[in-house]
Design a binder for this molecule. Sequence first.
Ligand code: HEC
Ligand code: HEC
Ligand code: HEC
Ligand code: HEC
Ligand code: HEC
Length: 181
Amino acid sequence: MKALYTSLKHPLARGGGIVLVLVVITLFAAFVRQTQASPEQPILFPHNLHVGLGIQCLYCHPGAARGPNAGLPAQAKCWGCHQQIAKKTPELEKLAQYVQNNEPIPWVPVAIVPDFVKFNHRPHVAAGLNCETCHGDMTKVKIAQNPQVMNMGWCLNCHREKAKDDPVKLQKLIDCSTCHY
Ligand code: HEC
Ligand code: HEC
Ligand code: HEC
Ligand code: HEC
Ligand code: HEC
């Protein structure tokens, strides 16, 4: 214990400690940035273009109004339109390949909370929240990305704000078992 104490007092050891702290902070920042950036996707699906065409979010993610998961469109839904569109580009070639091979498109998840968290889209959509509130403005992004880190503080902040005039609802919305199994 004494040796540890002396070594901590040693200026070099203290410098090392600071370096270690800086390394940890840097790694953490890189991790946070990584979780917010758009991942590589098997097809560069442009949200902005499709949303700009007036296609509704719920047309491709109908589960959001019905239950826990919004769901992603199967290739048949893409093909319903793209079979009719003569345009050929490298990205649409990839789509045609998946359809031809009857292989599901391996989209990489972007918006995700850990398994021990119960999230359900339905009550949120039923309460009148827009998709944009949580997922950002999809008319501005190509590949989906998280506009914020979806952590517990984020959920709780909104729950406290939305239920601030209703103590019973507040109790329910901040109760651990509402969000955890
Ligand atoms: C309701 C019709 C519709 C649906 C459904 C649809 N698209 Fe599109 N998509 C379009 C139209 C229209 C364009 C614009 C074509 C153009 O620029 O001429 C387009 C453009 C694209 C492009 C850009 C083409 C390029 O490289 O310039 C890609 C990639 C694409 N779609 C992929 C998909 C995928 C993957 C799905 C399914 C998840 C899908 N689309 C579903 C209508 C649709
Ligand atoms: C034509 C179909 C189509 C439309 C319309 C569409 N999306 Fe998507 N969405 C997709 C596809 C395909 C993916 C998977 C690729 C990706 O993550 O970019 C996706 C991914 C997402 C993701 C990330 C999903 C994940 O796995 O983490 C979110 C969030 C999302 N969309 C929200 C929206 C919102 C909000 C709207 C309306 C403003 C919308 N989408 C409109 C097809 C669509
Ligand atoms: C209150 C915030 C909130 C709102 C509002 C919201 N979402 Fe989500 N969304 C989330 C969270 C949190 C996740 C991650 C869920 C998980 O990992 O189980 C998610 C995941 C997704 C996903 C990918 C995973 C899945 O559920 O299939 C898609 C696609 C999606 N949302 C689309 C939408 C669309 C479309 C709307 C509007 C109709 C919408 N969301 C409204 C918070 C929200
Ligand atoms: C932008 C605001 C907002 C965010 C962010 C948000 N919620 Fe909610 N949440 C609400 C509202 C509003 C309701 C509906 C309250 C009501 O019943 O009127 C709700 C309801 C719920 C319910 C249903 C509670 C019940 O009645 O049983 C669960 C579960 C839930 N949220 C989990 C989450 C989780 C987990 C997150 C974060 C990943 C989250 N929410 C993020 C606003 C939000
Ligand atoms: C409104 C939803 C919500 C409520 C209520 C909630 N949590 Fe969480 N909790 C989350 C989400 C989302 C995560 C995962 C993201 C994260 O780690 O912040 C999480 C993560 C955690 C973790 C893991 C932390 C970590 O660093 O990995 C613990 C432990 C936890 N919650 C405990 C609790 C306890 C105890 C309560 C009640 C006092 C509670 N939670 C209430 C949404 C909620």
